[in-house]
Design a protein around this ligand. Structure first.
Ligand code: MCA
Ligand code: AMP
Length: 501
C-alpha cells in the first residue's frame, strides 16, 4: 500500500499548515518530524492506546501509529472507571500515548506511558526511506509503512444494545477507501481547510475530521470545544472552507443564526457544511438555509462501516435524506424474512445492509459477534430505511430500541442500566431515549429505589453514571417508580413505561 499521507513525504510542500489546535500549529514538515520520531518509539508494538484529547498531541499520536503500522485505540479522556477498565482489559495496549501535561487516571497506572513530543529535536529535510526507521538529530526518516492494506489502523470502541462496548477493528484499507470515496463525492482537496469541534475518540472526529484532511494534504482547524463564536471565527476571517458537525451543533448554530449576521456570513462563505452521526431535523436544515442560502449536506456512516452514503453537494437540497451510496459501497434494503427489497418508492421499509472496501475487519476478539453482524458479505447496520425514486436513502429508524443516539453519540441502554444497578440506592433500573430538540434523544432513567423514603437524587445518579461510564452517557432525566412493568417471564416491558414507547 502506498503512503497513507502523501503530503508527509518528500515532494509535498513541507511548509503547508497541517493542523491548528488552539495554540499548537504543525506544518507538514513539523508533523512528519513529530510523528516520525514517535513512530520510531512505538514500532513493533501490538497496539497502543491514545489519550484522545481534542488537541495536536492526539493528531501526532494517531499519525505516528499509522506510519508505524501499529493499531491505535483512542480513549475518551473523560471515560469513567468501569468503561476504561473494560477497554484496557479488552484491547491490552502495550503503551498509552499522551500529551506531556495530561493527567492520566489511576486506571492507566499499569500501562507504560509515552509522552508525545510536538517538536522533537532534529533538523534537515523530511524524506522517506525504503525500510526501517531512524529518527533523531539530522534528517527525519519516516518509517516504511506496511505493505498489507489489511493491517489494522484503529480499534474504535462502540456501544451495543447490551453489554460493554466492542472494539471495531478498522484496517488501513477501510479508512483509505472511505476517505477517498468522500473526497470524490465532495471534491475534497489539499486546498480545503476543515473546521470542526468533534471529539477525537470516534470515527466522525478522528477518521473524517483528522485523517481526512491529512490524507488530502489540506488543513485541520480544531476548535477544542464547540462554540458558535469559534465556528464564526474560523469559517469567517479564518478562511475555513468546510465544517463537519453533529446535528446538535447545527441545531445550536441554527438557534444562534437569527441574531448573528457574522455567523450567517461565515456559514454562507464556506464551501461545504456537512452533518452526520444522527439525523439533522428538517426544521434545522430549513433555518440554516433561510439564513445563509446554503444547504447542509448529510452523510450516513457507522463505526463498523465508516461512510456509506452522502448527499452530493450539487444535487440540490435533500433535507431528510442521507443521499446515495458512495463509490465502492454496495447498499441494499432487506425485509424481516431476509428477502431483498428492490422498490425505490419512498415507502417500502427494510434494514440497510452494506458491503464494500469501507467495512471493518471484525470486533476485536469476538468472532461470534462479528459473524452475527453479517449476512454473507453484507453487514447488517440495524438501521431501517426507504429508497426514494432517485436512489436517495431515507433513514426512518433503528431496529433496536435499546440504542440511543444523544448528541451524536451511540449509547446502549443496557450499559447504563448495569451502571445504575451498581448504585447502592437502586433496586431496579430501565433506560430509554426520548426526543430532545438539542440532543436528538435524551437519556431517561426509570428507577425503583431501594428505599422509597430516601431515593438517590437525580444529580447523584447522573454523576454515578458519568464517573463509571462517561459524562455523555449520564441520564438527563430520572423518573421514580414503585416497580418496573414486566411480562410473565420477568422481562422489563419498556413500551409499558408511563409515556414511553
Ligand atoms: C455535566 N458534565 C458532567 C456531568 N454533568 N461531567 C461529569 N458528571 C456529570 N454529572 C460535564 C461534561 O463533562 C461537559 O464538560 C459538560 O458537562 C457538558 O457535557 P455534555 O453534556 O456531554 O455536553 P453537551 O452540551 O451535551 O454536548 C453536546 C455536543 C456533544 C458538544 C454536541 O454531544 C458532542 O461533542 N457530540 C459529538 C458526538 C460524536 O462525535 N459522535 C460521533 C460518533 P465540559 O463543559 O468541560 O465539556 S458516531 C460516528 O462516528 C459515526 C461513524 C458517524 O456517522 O459519524
Ligand atoms: P456509531 O455506531 O456511533 O458509529 O453510529 C452509527 C449510527 O449513527 C448509524 O447506524 C445511524 O443510526 C446513525 N447515523 C449516522 N449518520 C446519520 C445520519 N446522517 N442520519 C441519521 N442517522 C445517522
Amino acid at each position: 500500500m502506498s503512503a497513507f499521507f502523501p503530503a508527509l513525504t518528500a515532494g509535498a510542500d513541507p511548509g503547508r499548515t497541517a493542523v491548528r489546535c488552539g495554540a499548537d500549529t504543525l506544518t507538514y514538515e513539523g508533523l512528519a518530524r513529530a510523528a516520525g520520531a514517535l513512530a520510531d518509539r512505538i514500532a513493533g508494538a501490538e497496539r497502543v492506546a491514545v489519550w484522545a484529547t481534542s488537541g495536536a498531541h492526539t493528531v501526532v499520536a494517531v499519525v505516528a501509529a499509522l506510519l508505524a503500522g501499529v493499531p491505535a485505540v483512542p480513549l475518551n479522556p473523560r471515560t469513567g472507571e468501569r468503561e476504561l477498565a473494560h477497554v484496557l482489559g479488552d484491547s491490552t495496549p502495550s503503551a498509552v500515548l499522551a500529551g506531556p501535561a495530561d493527567a492520566l487516571p489511576a486506571g492507566l497506572d499499569g500501562v507504560p506511558r509515552i509522552d508525545v513530543d510536538l517538536a522533537p529535536a532534529g533538523a534537515g529535510p523530511v524524506r522517506t526511506v525504503p525500510d526501517a526507521v531512524r529518527t533523531g538529530p539530522g534528517p527525519v526518516l519516516l518509517p516504511a509503512e506496511p505493505d498489507d492494506p489489511e493491517v489494522p489502523a484503529l480499534v474504535v470502541y462502540t456501544s451495543g444494545t447490551t453489554g460493554p462496548p466492542k472494539g471495531v477493528v478498522l484496517s488501513r484499507r477501510a479508512v483509505a477507501a472511505s476517505l477517498d470515496a468522500l473526497a470524490g463525492a465532495w471534491s475534497w482537496t489539499a486546498d480545503d481547510v476543515l473546521v470542526h469541534a468533534l471529539p477525537l475518540f470516534h470515527v466522525h472526529g478522528l477518521v473524517l475530521g483528522v485523517l481526512g484532511p491529512l490524507r488530502r494534504g489540506g488543513e485541520l482547524r480544531h476548535l477544542g470545544a464547540f462554540s458558535v463564536e469559534g465556528v464564526t471565527r474560523e469559517l469567517g476571517a479564518g478562511g475555513g472552507t468546510m465544517l463537519f458537525g453533529v446535528p446538535t451543533m447545527y441545531h445550536r448554530l441554527a438557534d444562534a443564526l437569527a441574531g448573528d449576521p457574522a455567523l450567517a456570513g461565515a456559514l454562507a462563505g464556506a464551501r461545504l457544511l456537512v452533518s452526520g452521526s444522527a439525523a439533522l431535523p428538517v426544521h434545522d436544515h430549513e433555518r440554516i438555509t433561510a439564513a445563509t442560502g446554503r444547504t447542509v449536506v448529510e452523510r450516513y456512516g457507522m463505526t463498523e462501516t465508516l461512510m456509506n452514503t452522502s448527499v452530493l453537494p450539487d444535487s440540490g437540497p435533500r433535507p431528510g435524506t442521507v443521499g446515495v451510496p458512495l463509490a465502492g459501497v454496495g447498499l441494499r434494503l432487506v425485509d424481516d424474512d431476509g428477502s431483498v427489497l428492490g422498490a425505490y418508492d419512498g415507502e417500502t421499509v427494510g434494514e440497510v445492509q452494506v458491503r464494500g472496501p469501507n467495512l471493518f475487519s471484525g470486533y476485536l476478539g469476538r468472532p461470534e459477534a462479528t459473524a452475527a453482524a453479517f449476512d454473507g458479505d453484507w453487514f447488517r447496520t440495524g438501521d431501517m430505511a426507504v429508497r426514494d425514486p432517485d436512489g436517495a436513502v431515507r433513514l426512518v429508524g433503528r431496529r433496536a430500541t435499546d440504542l440511543i443516539k444523544s448528541g451524536g453519540y451511540k449509547i446502549g441502554a443496557g450499559e447504563i442500566e448495569n451502571a445504575l444497578l451498581d448504585h447502592p440506592g437502586v433496586r431496579e433500573a430501565a433506560v430509554t431515549g426520548e426526543p430532545d430538540p438539542d440532543l436528538g434523544e435524551r437519556i431517561v432513567a426509570w428507577v425503583v429505589p431501594v428505599d422509597p423514603g430516601s431515593p438517590p437524587t437525580d444529580a447523584e445518579l447522573a454523576a454515578h453514571v458519568a464517573e463509571s461510564l462517561a459524562p455523555h452517557k449520564r441520564p438527563r432525566v430520572v423518573r421514580h417508580l414503585d416497580a418496573l412493568p414486566r411480562n410473565d417471564m420477568g422481562k422489563i416491558l419498556k413500551k409499558a413505561l408511563p409515556g414511553a414507547g
